[in-house]
Design a protein around this ligand. Structure first.
Ligand code: MG
Length: 444
């Protein structure tokens, strides 16, 4: 027969004015839990209190399914209460619980979780988190977008993706563990693990044999770390496993090839892919919630879903930008290829297609070279042609050349040339290491 003993401690912390956490201790059923309520006024306290009370009432059968069903019934009761009482509207709570249950292999410890309170197991000096947080940062860690260390200090780490009381039905994570003498289960609200490292938790659990003393020490450390939230801890120790550890040792001695898992955890039966919960404990009205981040939105899940849509919108927007950029480049190219300018090619006036100096990678092309020399050009026009006199059409450029010839009394026939791409600029290194860049078109 498996025997458990438990201790607990809770504290309002250093910042909050009320304690919205609740503990579940039903020694007769070997049932223990922690709930962390959320909601303005008394909502959080009411939600967490209902969660532990109804879970305790309904978890009458020593099975994991019975425990899960008890949590689902508690969820429904909180949801209906929130809907019928305006003051309690929007309240919700997390819940973690463990219970000694029966199985064909003997006693097992079943654990359940909704939200981001946690169940840890210390076994063979190693602390393992059994539950998975239903929180935004946990999702980001799972998606590889955050590391665990980043998640631990993320400003949105208290945004939940699942909680009791938010919807008529809730998905409950749960699994069973074979208990061995010396195992210590730690159940806690986020007020503990946000202030106390897992190394510190493990150290306390190893050092203090009494579950109550260990719980109190953990709460003390959380307050010492800042106490920015309510802190609740339940420590449950397996004081007798009914001879399982001894039997396992004997079996191992008989068959050394048999390896027993250090932490024989049954996989979570309910994957964390359930509908998102639309709330955050820090988002709800709470006058003393002075450290709340503005980014903690009461509709965090909505934002998350929205952010997925935004991802598509961003993609569509980027695509539109690409199309616009392509259209702009095409327009520039068209403009560059269909405008003309008159400039100097060496000492001779020439007609070019494109823009003086080029645009983007559209270099001007030499269309033809006239027989008008630089010397022929009136002094007042030389700077203009040196810079490049541009025109919106070939006809306008030709008319300018005709006028120029008329102006200087030249009747020479212009020599036609094949089009040649002209580098927009040339760069030459001057003596002394300086570099000068000059336009080839108006080169003198
Ligand atoms: Mg909390």
């Amino acid at each position: 027969m498996t025997i458990l003993r438990a201790g607990t401690a809770t504290d309002v912390g250093q910042v909050r004015s009320n304690n919205q956490d609740s503990q579940l201790l039903v020694a007769g059923n070997s049932l223990y839990g922690v709930a962390d309520g959320m909601g303005g006024h008394q909502g959080g306290e009411v939600a967490s209190a209902i969660a532990v009370e109804l879970t305790g009432q309904h978890a009458t059968e020593p099975t994991l399914e019975s425990l899960k069903q008890a949590v689902r019934l508690a969820n429904r009761a909180i949801f209906e209460k929130a809907g019928s009482d305006r003051d309690l509207h929007g309240m919700g709570t997390t819940l973690v619980a463990i219970q000694l249950v029966a199985s064909p292999d003997g006693d097992e410890v079943a654990w359940v979780n909704v939200g981001d309170s946690r169940v840890y197991l210390l076994r063979d000096d190693r602390l393992v988190q059994l539950s998975h947080d239903h929180s935004l940062v946990e999702d980001l860690v799972r998606d590889g977008q955050l590391t665990a260390d980043e998640a631990a200090v993320h400003p949105q780490r208290n945004i939940l993706t699942r909680a009791l009381g938010i919807d008529l039905d809730v998905a409950v994570d749960g699994a069973t563990v074979l208990p061995f003498t010396g195992d210590r289960f730690l159940l806690c609200s986020d007020g503990l693990f946000n202030e106390v490292s897992e190394d510190q938790m493990a150290s306390v659990l190893r050092r203090l044999a009494d579950p109550t003393e260990a719980s109190e020490e953990l709460v003390r450390l959380a307050n010492e770390g800042g106490g920015r939230d309510n802190i609740t801890v339940v420590v449950v120790e397996v004081v007798d496993d009914g001879g399982r550890a001894a039997a396992a040792s004997a079996a191992l001695a008989d068959d050394p090839t048999r390896v027993l898992s250090a932490v024989p955890v049954v996989p979570i039966t309910q994957p964390a892919d359930e509908p998102l919960f639309a709330g955050s404990r820090s988002s709800l009205p709470n006058a003393d919630d002075s450290f709340r981040s503005e980014t903690d939105d009461p509709f965090a899940n909505l934002d998350k879903a929205r952010s997925r849509r935004i991802t598509w919108r961003v993609l569509a927007f980027l695509l539109l930008l690409l199309v616009l950029a392509g259209a702009t480049i095409s327009a520039i190219g068209y403009s560059a290829r269909n405008t003309y300018f008159v400039g100097f090619q060496g000492q001779t006036v020439a007609l070019y297609r494109g823009k003086p100096g080029g645009v983007l990678w559209f270099d001007p092309k030499l269309v033809r070279v006239t027989k008008i020399t630089r010397r022929d050009v009136p002094a007042a026009l030389r700077p203009i042609i040196t810079k490049g006199k541009d025109f919106s059409s070939r006809g306008a450029a030709d008319r300018y050349l005709v006028n120029l010839r008329a102006q200087i009394g030249t009747t020479v026939n212009d020599a036609a040339t094949t089009s040649t791409t002209v580098p927009a600029t040339t760069t030459t290194a001057a003596p002394g290491g300086t570099t000068t860049t000059t336009s080839t078109i108006p080169a003198r």
